[in-house]
Design a binder for this molecule. Structure first.
Ligand code: GLC
Ligand code: CA
Length: 565
């Protein structure tokens, strides 16, 4: 068919803005906005409480936008703030298209979005796609009868026999993954808590409804989604038993390999469809992607880069604080072909301050980590409070635990309350988070590790984050340069170049408790110079000369310098 030229022009005109919105580069290298952006995860319950009920809220976040801007944050990912019975603190959504009253209203969201945009900060929402709350109207309908309209929106099966679930699958939060519903005499499937029934993604109506949810939020100015639990979207249609492994897990269930209920290939069809809608809106998709090796990350980007732009490398959170271990992992991720996404903790993982810390040099080690993941080639996602050196405040008695899996698994699994405590704004009671009683207690370290106090100390963790982020936003080599490992046999000092055309930044991190001396010969990298211009160091700046032929490093210290040809 031949199109009339005028009609063709119209088609091109209408199509162009859509295509353009997904591919508009922000630099000469063709990078997209999210490749230059620094992301910051906010657990809204714990960020800032504007109305004194002890729970953070959207207006609280709005009141902290200037702080986020001055820190150097370009996009905030807000963990679920939708209506929810809060069994899993928001990861049990009962309405995808509204805001939970505890966090505010849609109007509050609108003003947060507007005020963030004014400051150039984008908003990423958390899309819980594997399951809803059992209080979602879809599930209420689904469980009402075997012939209900939405029966097939969830996964219902007969038991194998009396009191016998359909198969041996166990929930990752403990117990069978099947719950019997006496009203209709069948079991429903839930990979997580029983209050989080899995959606049936094989049903096209579910598929369409969920795509529509993303459109609904894009219209309200959302710049993308962090996709929760993408690995568990599909189950084997034959419900084959999972292979049982030796031993018992922390909830007392036999261990098993989640062979037939995770990472099914159909997941990628859904990611591709979500991406199509995202592309029409210039949006980014971040994935909660748990992998065992770097090669497993690759498929999440999609064969034609048409799935997730940003699958999180969560393996990074499992590495030991050691130069050779990080060197090896970074090299593998950097060479894997996808745009790296670096994360050092989140709301499910013990805070990096405790994980890496040796109990003696934790502050210095936190500065080393900041200087590492914020200067690599790739996009970093910070977790609120990392920038202060916030530490875990773990419950010591079972009766204090709020996270249900902590009560179920106590004391082997104490739950995730420890890493979700209130943001530490100042040294007043409850760290200035709330005038009321905070939903979780702040750790004693809030007296020293808080925004107000740290802002006054040029060498605080917060000020190191702020300075590294300034460099990251302004320095061409840090924005666009490649990654070149240096001194690859050094067991203690991790060092590398970020190299862009005639310039480079050299990052030198002493990851050991001893002083170290290093020498760099950068001739083979095209840089004949013997000195660097210091951009940032955690050592005494006067005594740090930037000599590449002989650099002395304090224990757990950072040197970042600029060099040119
Ligand atoms: C993801 C979330 C976690 C939640 C789970 C179930 O792993 O990060 O917090 O409990 O999904 O939705
Ligand atoms: Ca509140």
């Amino acid at each position: 068919m031949l199109l009339k030229p005028r009609f063709l022009a119209l088609v091109i005109l209408l199509w162009f803005p859509l295509a353009y919105s997904q591919s508009k580069p922000v630099d000469a290298e063709g990078h997209q906005w999210w490749q230059h952006a620094v992301f910051y995860e906010i657990y809204p319950r714990s960020y800032a409480d504007s109305n004194g009920d002890g729970i953070g809220d959207l207006n609280g976040i709005s009141s902290k936008l200037d702080y986020l801007k001055s820190l150097g944050v370009d996009a905030i990912w807000i963990t679920p703030c939708f209506p929810s019975p809060q069994v899993d603190f928001g990861y049990d959504v009962s309405d995808y298209e509204n805001i939970d009253p505890v966090y505010g209203t849609l109007a509050d969201f609108g003003s947060l979005e507007k005020n963030a945009k004014k400051r150039g900060i984008r908003i990423i929402l958390d899309f819980v796609i594997n399951h809803t709350s059992d209080q979602h109207k879809w599930f209420i309908n689904s469980r009402s009868s075997r012939t209900a309209d939405k029966r097939d929106w969830y996964i219902w099966r007969d038991g194998k026999g009396p009191e016998q679930p359909p198969n041996n699958w166990i929930s990752t939060f403990g117990g069978s993954a099947w719950t019997f519903d006496s009203k209709t005499g069948q079991y429903y499937y839930h990979y997580f808590y029983p209050q989080q029934p899995d959606l049936n993604w094989r049903n096209p109506a579910v598929h369409n409804a969920m795509m529509d949810v993303t459109r609904w939020w894009y219209k309200r100015g959302v710049a993308g989604f962090r996709l929760d639990a993408v690995d568990t979207l599909f189950e084997d249609p034959d419900l084959r038993d999972n292979p049982v492994l030796p031993g018992i897990n922390k909830y007392g269930d036999p261990k098993e390999e989640d062979k037939y209920n995770t990472k099914l290939p159909e997941v990628h069809d859904v990611l591709r469809d979500l991406r199509k809608v995202a592309d029409q809106n210039g949006a980014v998709l971040i994935g909660e992607t748990w992998t065992k090796d770097v090669a497993e990350l690759k498929p999440y980007y999609g064969e034609h880069s048409n799935e997730l732009q940003m699958p999180m490398d969560l393996m990074f959170t499992e590495l030991k604080f050691s130069a050779p271990i990080f060197r090896q992992h970074i090299a593998a991720v950097d060479a894997s072909g996808g745009w790296p996404v670096y994360v050092i903790s989140n709301h499910d993982i013990v805070r990096s301050y405790n994980r890496y810390g040796d109990g003696q040099h934790n502050d210095a080690m936190a500065k080393v980590m900041a200087s590492l993941y914020l200067t690599l080639r790739g996009t970093p996602i910070m977790y609120y409070g990392e920038e202060l050196g916030m530490e875990n405040n773990d419950p010591v008695r079972k009766e204090d635990v709020k996270d249900p899996k902590g009560r179920l698994g106590w004391p082997q699994d104490i739950g995730r309350d420890g890493e979700r405590t209130p943001m530490q704004w100042n040294d007043s009671p409850n760290a200035g988070f709330t005038p009321g009683l905070p939903w979780l207690p702040v750790p004693a370290s809030y007296k020293t590790h808080n925004v107000e106090t740290e802002l006054k100390d040029p060498s605080s963790i917060l000020n190191v984050y702020r300075r590294v982020l300034v460099l990251r936003h302004q320095n061409r080599a840090l924005l666009d340069g490649d990654y070149v490992a240096l001194n690859e046999n050094d067991a203690n000092v991790l060092s590398y170049l970020r190299r862009y055309k005639n310039e480079a930044v050299i990052v030198v991190l002493n990851m050991s408790a001893q002083p170290q001396e290093v020498t760099f010969d950068l001739a083979s990298q095209g840089f004949a110079t013997k000195t660097a211009r210091t951009l940032l160091t955690t050592m005494n700046p006067e005594s740090t000369e930037g000599s590449l032929s002989h650099m002395a490093l304090d224990p757990f210290s950072v040197y970042i310098g600029a060099i040119s040809k």
